[in-house]
Design a protein. Structure first.
Length: 255
């Protein structure tokens, strides 16, 4: 499918969504104060852009996201490469991970706010927790599935352990790691907004709560739209990074 065709399908899809949205308002006779129309939301979006408020909150959210996400990726990949190489150690760690992984990062928010106060750090910690486990598990899984032929070749060339990990194991496991990166982007971005609703005084999540408290539901929906678009762009950015790695290593399974 060509890019033009994809763009056309996207425009048609969003056009239908807007039509259905307007029909629901008309048939349901909802008050615009309770269920804003598409036109009112567009005006809200333009107002946020004109005042520059959206760029301030979006910038704060992106900085928090990048700090928490990158810290989680670095530590999770590093630990995943180690645990994947030592199955006996992972057998001890895995039950702990499986117990902690399903717990929502927001459940930790009372402790996080008590320990780190109000501001950027609680949101960064929540992002870190939400991104850490998907990347860790995908890395361990990828390392354990590395073709033994690669390891035998490395052994024949007498590669050092550090070179073995970064030149053989990491590239071979990267397709699995990339899957974890994609999952982590979505979960981290979702919990960033939730975290900003709890313990922050700025950011997209705070902006939505503030608009809700002021009963400006058009701004609430405008914020939701910006959150969705930003999450999509972040996911695309991870895809471009994955493509760059593919070109760098030329891994056959990623072509």
């Amino acid at each position: 499918m060509t890019r033009a065709k994809k763009l056309l399908n996207t425009l048609i899809g969003f056009g239908l969504l807007i039509v259905v949205w307007q029909i629901v308002i008309v048939l349901g006779r909802y008050d615009e104060a309770l269920f804003p129309s598409p036109l009112k939301v567009v005006k809200g979006i333009l107002a946020l852009i004109q005042t520059g408020a959206i760029f301030v909150h979006l910038g704060v959210s992106l900085v928090r996201f990048l700090v928490g996400y990158l810290l989680a990726v670095v530590t999770a990949v590093f630990l995943g490469l180690i645990f994947g190489r030592f199955p006996k150690v992972w057998a001890i760690i895995d039950p702990i991970v499986q117990v902690l992984r399903p717990v929502s990062p927001i459940a930790w928010s009372p402790f996080i706010v008590l320990w780190f106060g109000i501001g950027d750090i609680p949101a960064v910690v929540i992002i870190y927790i939400s991104a850490f486990f998907p990347v860790l598990l995908s890395t361990v899984s990828g390392v354990r599935k590395v073709d033994l032929a690669y390891l035998k070749v490395a052994e024949n060339f007498e590669l050092k352990k550090s070179s073995l990990i970064w030149k053989i194991i990491f590239p071979a496991a990267f397709p699995a790691i990339a899957n974890g990166l994609h999952i982590a982007v979505g979960t981290a971005w979702i919990f960033l907004v939730a975290g900003e609703m709890v313990g922050a005084q700025s950011g997209l999540g705070y902006m939505i709560v503030d608009a809700r408290n002021s009963l400006n539901l058009d701004l609430v929906l405008a914020g939701i739209i910006f959150i969705g678009i930003s999450g999509l762009l972040l996911d695309k950015a991870i895809g471009f990074f994955e493509g760059w790695i593919n070109r760098h290593w030329g891994h056959p399974s990623m072509k």
